[in-house]
Design a protein. Structure first.
Ligand SMILES: [Zn+2]
Length: 132
C-alpha cells in the first residue's frame, strides 16, 4: 500500500527539526573534525535549507522574468511572521503605475497563500511607494 504524503505543514515541521539537528551537528564539529567531515555536515545543512524552500514553494511558477525557481522562507520572528516567496536573482523594478515592485511576496499566513500571490506575477508583488 502506498504511503499517504504527509500534509505540507507537517513535512515542513519535520524538515525544520532536521535542520536544527544538522546545524547543531555542524557546530559541534566545525573546529575539530577533518575538513571532509565538516563539509559533509555543512552540505547537509544546505540540502535541508533547499528542501525547506522547495516545500514552501510547492506549486509556485518559475520567476516570470528570469525563469528561475523562486525561493521560499518562513519568517518566525518579529512583526511579520508568515511565509515569503521571492526571486533571489531579480532586482526591484519600476511597475506601470510607477511604484517599485520587489520580486517577492511577503506575509502569506500559509505557504499556499504566498504561492498564490507569487503566481499572480508582478501585479501582486510587494511594492514600495511611488518614485518621483
Ligand atoms: Zn527572477
Amino acid at each position: 500500500m502506498k504511503e499517504e504524503k504527509k500534509p505540507q505543514l507537517e513535512r515542513l515541521a519535520d524538515l525544520k527539526s532536521e535542520l536544527i539537528a544538522a546545524r547543531e551537528a555542524y557546530l559541534a564539529i566545525v573546529h575539530t573534525a577533518p575538513a571532509v567531515e565538516v563539509k559533509a555536515a555543512s552540505d547537509k545543512v544546505k540540502r535541508l535549507q533547499a528542501a525547506i524552500s522547495d516545500c514552501i514553494t510547492e506549486g509556485a511558477k518559475p520567476c516570470p522574468m528570469c525563469h528561475n525557481t523562486p525561493h521560499g522562507m518562513q519568517q518566525t520572528e518579529g512583526k511579520y511572521i508568515g511565509f515569503e516567496i521571492g526571486c533571489l536573482h531579480c532586482r526591484p523594478f519600476k511597475w506601470a503605475d510607477r511604484t517599485v515592485r520587489e520580486p517577492r511576496v511577503r506575509r502569506g499566513l500559509l505557504p499556499r497563500h504566498a504561492v498564490e500571490a507569487w503566481n499572480e506575477g508582478p501585479a501582486a508583488w510587494w511594492q514600495r511607494p511611488k518614485e518621483g
